[in-house]
Design a protein around this ligand. Sequence first.
Ligand code: URA
Length: 197
Amino acid sequence: MDATDVDEDDLWCQLESEISSCTRCPLHQNRTHAVPGVGNRHADWMLVGEAPGEQEDLKGEPFVGRAGQLLTEMLRALGLERSQVFITNVLKCRPPGNRDPKPEEAAACEPFLIRQIALIQPRIIIAVGRIAAQNLLKTSTPLGRLRGKVHRYDDIPLVVIYHPAYLLRNPAAKRQAWEDLKFAWRIYLENRQGNHG
Ligand code: URA
């Protein structure tokens, strides 16, 4: 460990404590836990979902409910363990009844996500579902027109995939979801080779 690592640990510690004690929007009033994110702080792959649900709020960890289990399986099918990637959400606190995030909630939470991305510097960002995609890309384009393409978040390639909760309701879309993940893998490899020869 060198001085840079220590500084980085301090920055993470500061960020996570700010998230856990955040009162920037009313969602803090009903949270059990804020859910900053989990995984490898030097991950190549960063996955961004919508917001914590009930299980996530209880555990303080993203994607641990049924949808999360499916996401974990999908990653595994690609050869990725949760511990290798970093998983977080647009919102760090649960909206009541799992309703869609309000624009002002997403805006209040955005600086945390920006700081996480800056610290991790992932090689690819996966927007998990419509809400994540639309917030990250600042667009209202429907998910069907966002998937299957490479977008950019600053300079980082960004690929949009179906939300696993949608796949639980529409298992027929799993085949397309697998295509999207394989597409993301290809973009990741191309980008990695492009950067390092
Ligand atoms: N859905 C999300 O978008 N994020 C979670 O953490 C859990 C469910």
